[in-house]
Design a protein around this ligand. Structure first.
Ligand code: SAM
Length: 210
């Protein structure tokens, strides 16, 4: 699967190597294990999905991850995407992954522990507010679509840092947000995408998306 992604998308060697190391079947319910290496999102319970591998690869490449980066993920889901990022940032780096649904967070924590990822911390909470105790972050990525870019996430991004976030409701676009050394923000649109909604104080309200 990763070889095909490399041919079709031209993903970097760094991201391809990381994805080859992470067994995606560990992160999906046993009834979907046979489809784990098909390039498609899959249900993970609580109405949520594990993102399609091509989207994980694209987001990792857009973030330009480096060994030693401290990374915030909003929307930990199964923990798969966090594991891929953890492979790239290595032991000198750290991934703080927030998930609003406690049952998913617990399963993600167990999966990551089982595979020995001790550079990932799973937090239960509203990731639209970021996670101030570990801020600022070299990189931030959001795996659910926001109505707009949450202000706390912009504040918690380091100068020189990068964020990747899907924005929109019926039509969604993946944004790449860069904060320069002087703290100025530049936004670029990568292209159209399809994600579950980001629900929280700086996201959609639960009643808006039912
Ligand atoms: N990255 C995940 C993986 O590798 O399995 C896939 C994530 S799924 C597409 C999006 C996740 O965002 C869902 O698990 C959902 O519960 C979570 N989510 C939505 N709003 C959130 C919020 N405000 N804070 C944290 N997580 C949120």
């Amino acid at each position: 699967m990763v070889e095909r992604l490399r041919e079709e998308l031209g993903i970097s060697d760094k991201v391809a190597r990381a994805m080859m190391k992470v067994p995606r079947h560990v992160f999906v319910p046993s009834s979907y294990e046979r489809e784990a290496y098909v390039d498609t999102p899959l249900p993970i319970g609580s109405g949520q999905t594990i993102s399609a591998p091509h989207m994980v690869a694209i987001m990792c490449d857009l973030l330009d991850l480096h060994e030693g980066d401290k990374v915030l993920e909003v929307g930990a889901g199964s923990g798969y995407h966090a594991a891929v990022v953890a492979e790239i940032v290595g032991k000198k780096g750290k991934v703080i992954a927030i998930e609003r649904i406690p049952e998913l967070a617990e399963r993600a924590r167990r999966n990551l522990e089982y595979l020995g990822y001790d550079n990932v911390i799973i937090i239960v909470g509203d990731g639209t507010k970021g996670y101030p105790p570990e801020a600022p972050y070299d990189k931030i990525y959001v795996t659910a679509a926001a109505p707009d870019i949450p202000k706390p996430l912009i504040e918690q991004l380091k100068p020189g840092g990068k964020m990747v976030i899907p924005v929109g409701r019926y039509e969604q676009y993946l944004y790449v947000v860069e904060k320069d050394k002087e703290g100025r923000i530049r936004k670029k649109i990568w292209g159209p995408v399809r994600f579950v909604p980001l629900i929280g104080e700086y996201g959609f309200k639960e009643y808006e998306v039912i």
